[in-house]
Design a protein around this ligand. Structure first.
Ligand code: SAM
Ligand code: SF4
Length: 324
């Protein structure tokens, strides 16, 4: 078991398999951004497999592939199949913007991917383009259909409400998710990097109250995916809605995750710089025991909490550098 200095069990690893992306979401990757990690520094599939094996040996059960846009990494299906074969990997999921999903959904499912989270901040073509910088509505919608057809259950749609940009689409998104059997999650924007800091986050608390009333949603104690979202559901239990509120009601005291960046750096918190470089050990063919000791040491560096409210300009790393 991995337990940090504050007594929190860490049993969830997010793995960024690329820091590149085909989109430029207005709050994430800046237009013209070029500070990508050189391919020579990317963790190979062999090394990702090694790190996951050691985390699993230390009690981590849940793993998520993310980025950047993970579907841009070549041979992603092979990676999923390899990770799913590792003893102790109980739940393997992936976060995607869905632009390439139509080509991969079926094969990812066949390779053993358990769950999918899809980012979709708007439904209208105009607003999608405004947020991501290009017209990809049709591609995303085909990706969503392909995910359902491939047999993924409990697909989560992640929406980051932005004041004056897509907040008027929240109700339409609720109805879209109800009709399609998706779980909708609203996420408060965190001030990561200059792009996110340009926007004012929307406090979800009044929205939670309004939507609960409007759609007769009730809080449920169940957690879906072991993450920080708090869930509400309708009377018929046919629709689930989650809220992730790092700003208005942070959940650092129950944080159970760390993140592996594409260059092999383990980041302990989205909002702090505490990190540990695993790449040198991997390069020097460290033994399994040495890797496990390094991971255990790294977990002890996990900070108590982020300081997004107290120091909103502190975090210069954008989300895609750490792995969202
Ligand atoms: N490209 C994939 C995607 O968009 O799903 C995976 C990586 S992306 C960084 C993962 C998630 O992080 C997305 O749902 C995105 O909306 C969210 N995200 C990015 N920057 C954020 C920020 N500053 N605050 C909150 N969520 C953010
Ligand atoms: Fe790309 Fe995801 Fe960041 Fe949007 S949120 S720019 S899709 S990594």
């Amino acid at each position: 078991m991995l337990i940090d200095t504050y007594g929190r069990t860490v049993d969830y690893l997010r793995i960024s398999i690329t820091d590149r992306c085909d989109l430029r979401c207005t709050y994430c990757m800046p237009k013209g951004f070029t500070e990508f990690e050189k391919p020579d520094h990317w963790l190979s599939f062999d090394n990702i497999e090694r790190v996951v094996t050691q985390f699993a040996a230390l009690g981590t059960k849940r793993f998520r592939l993310t980025g950047g846009e993970p579907l841009l990494r070549k041979n992603i299906v092979e990676l999923v199949a390899r990770l799913k074969r590792i003893d102790g990997v109980e739940d393997l999921s992936l976060s995607t913007n869905a632009t390439q999903l139509v080509h991969y959904a079926h094969d990812l499912r066949q390779a053993g991917l358990d769950r999918l989270n899809i980012s979709l901040d708007a439904l209208t073509q105009k607003n999608i383009q405004k947020i991501v910088g290009t017209d990809v509505q049709a591609k995303i919608m085909s990706g969503l259909r392909a995910a359902k057809e491939a047999g993924f259950k409990q697909i989560k749609i992640n929406m980051v409400p932005l004041a004056g940009i897509n907040d008027h689409e929240i109700d339409a998104m609720v109805e879209f998710c109800m009709e399609n059997g998706f779980i909708l999650r609203l996420i408060e924007l965190m001030p990561m990097g200059a792009t996110a800091q340009r926007h004012q986050y929307i406090n979800l608390q009044p929205i939670i109250a309004r939507l609960s009333d409007q759609y007769d949603l009730h809080p449920t104690e169940d957690s879906y995916g072991g993450g920080p979202a708090r869930y509400w559901q309708n009377q018929q239990k046919t629709f689930l809605m989650g809220y992730i509120t790092p700003m208005s009601q942070h959940f650092c005291q129950t944080c159970n995750r760390v993140r592996l960046a594409v260059d092999g750096t383990l980041y302990m918190c989205l909002g702090q710089d505490h990190q540990y470089a695993l790449a040198p050990l991997l390069k020097n063919h460290a033994s399994d025991q040495e890797l496990q000791m390094a991971i255990q040491h790294a977990i002890q560096l996990k900070p108590l909490k982020h300081e997004f409210q107290e120091k909103p300009k502190k975090m210069i790393r954008i989300m895609s550098m750490t792995g969202g």
